[in-house]
Design a protein around this ligand. Structure first.
Ligand SMILES: [Fe+2]
Length: 359
C-alpha cells in the first residue's frame, strides 16, 4: 500500500513537472503582457488543481501590491484591488519552496478590513514572483499549503519564477517596441519636416488611424501594421527633390509625376526589411482612390488594401485641418463635410461614416 502511494505521488510529480515545462514553453511563446498574465493564471489553475487564482504585481517601491489578473472570481468579489504598506516577503526568496499567506504581507489595519469584505484572500496561499533574488509580485491559489507536498510547493514556486521572467520579457519587449516606434516616428517626422506645411503630420495621422482601427476592432497584428504604415506612409518623400517638395506654386506635369512616385519609393525602401511586408501595402497604396482614379496602381474599391484606405482618410483629414500655402486650415466639421463629399469617389464610404463618430 505504502509503495502504491509513493508510486502515485511520483506519477503526480512527473505530471506536475511536465505541466510546468508546458507552461514555461507556453508563457514564453507570447510577448504580449496581458496574454502572458492570462496564460499564467489558467495554467496555474490546472497545475495546482485550483479554481481560484490571483496574480498580484508589486510597484517599483515594493510597497503596493495590485491585483492584475484573476481567475474564478467575478468583479464584485474584489472591491479592493490595491494593498498598500506591504511587508517585505524577501525571506521567501531565500528558501526555495516557501509559500506565503496574505496576512503575512498586509499591514494590520488592512488585514482587519479585508477579512470581512474579501475573506477568500485568507484561504489562499502565494508563490513569490521572483527574478534573480528580487520580488515582483505574488501568484496565489486557493487551498491549504499543508495539503501539498514540499516538492509540489517547490514546483509552484518555480512557476512563480517562470511567470516573473515571462512578464519581465514581455515588459522589455514592449519597451523595445515603443523605442522602435518612437525612432520610426522621429525618422518620418525628419523626412516630412522638409515640407514646411506638415509639422506634426505623422503623429496626427497615426492618432486618426488608431481611432479608426479601434472602432473597426481589427486584430492586434493588423493594428500594429497599420500603426507603422501610418507613421511611415510618406517615407518615400525622401527620394523627392526639395525643389518639388517645397514648391509653393502649382507643380508642373513632370514635377507631379515625380511627386507621385513617393508611394512606390516608400514601398521599395521598406521592401528590403522582412518584418515590414505587412506594412508595405499601406505605404504603397495610400493615394489610391476608391473609384480607381488614384495612384500608383489605380486600384478600385475594396481591392485597395484596408490599411491604405484607412490612411487615405486620416492623411486627407489632416491636410484639410492644417494650414496650406493655398488656404487656411478648416475646422473639423468643414473638413469632414469635404470628406463626405468625396466618399465613394476618393474614400471608402463606410470608413468615412465611422470616422465622423470618432472625431
Ligand atoms: Fe503621401
Amino acid at each position: 500500500m505504502g509503495s502504491l502511494v509513493i508510486a502515485m505521488n511520483a506519477k503526480e510529480i512527473v505530471d506536475s513537472l511536465r505541466n510546468l515545462h508546458d507552461l514555461s514553453k507556453a508563457i514564453n511563446s507570447s510577448l504580449r503582457i496581458e496574454e502572458v498574465m492570462e496564460m499564467i493564471c489558467s495554467k496555474t489553475a490546472r497545475l495546482m488543481k485550483a479554481d481560484k487564482v490571483l496574480l498580484l504585481v508589486l510597484d517599483e517601491k515594493k510597497s503596493t501590491l495590485t491585483i492584475h489578473n484573476k481567475l474564478g472570481f467575478i468583479d464584485d468579489d474584489i472591491p479592493v484591488k490595491q494593498f498598500h504598506n506591504i511587508q517585505s516577503f524577501d525571506h521567501c526568496l531565500v528558501h526555495k519552496g516557501t509559500v506565503i499567506t496574505m496576512d503575512e504581507v498586509l499591514a494590520e489595519d488592512q488585514y482587519q478590513s479585508l477579512l470581512s469584505i474579501m475573506p477568500f484572500l485568507f484561504d489562499m496561499f502565494f508563490a513569490p514572483l521572483e527574478i534573480q533574488g528580487e520580488a515582483y509580485g505574488l501568484l496565489g491559489v486557493n487551498g491549504e499549503p499543508h495539503e501539498f507536498s514540499h516538492v509540489e510547493l517547490e514546483i509552484f514556486c518555480s512557476l512563480g519564477s517562470q511567470a516573473a521572467i515571462a512578464m519581465e520579457n514581455a515588459n522589455l519587449y514592449q519597451k523595445l517596441h515603443k523605442t522602435f516606434l518612437h525612432t520610426a516616428e522621429a525618422l518620418a517626422e525628419a523626412i516630412s519636416s522638409r515640407d514646411p506645411y506638415t509639422g506634426g503630420h505623422t503623429q496626427r495621422v497615426s492618432q486618426y488611424v488608431m481611432k479608426l482601427a479601434t472602432t473597426l476592432e481589427l486584430p492586434e497584428d493588423q493594428i500594429e501594421s497599420l500603426r507603422l504604415a501610418a507613421i511611415l506612409h510618406d517615407i518615400g518623400k525622401i527620394g523627392i527633390d526639395d525643389a518639388i517638395l517645397r514648391k509653393s506654386g502649382t507643380l508642373t506635369e513632370e514635377e507631379l509625376q515625380k511627386m507621385k512616385a513617393h508611394p512606390d519609393i516608400g514601398a521599395k525602401i521598406l521592401g528590403i526589411v522582412d518584418e515590414m511586408q505587412d506594412v508595405i501595402p499601406g505605404v504603397q497604396h495610400h493615394h489610391e482612390w476608391f473609384d480607381g482614379s488614384g495612384y500608383p496602381s489605380g486600384l478600385r474599391g475594396e481591392n485597395i488594401p484596408l490599411i491604405a484606405r484607412i490612411i487615405a482618410i486620416a492623411d486627407a483629414f489632416d491636410a484639410l485641418t492644417t494650414d496650406r500655402p493655398y488656404r487656411k486650415a478648416l475646422d473639423n466639421k468643414a473638413a469632414f463635410e469635404l470628406l463626405k463629399d468625396d466618399a465613394g469617389k476618393h474614400f471608402d464610404p463606410y470608413l468615412v461614416s465611422i470616422f465622423k463618430s470618432k472625431l
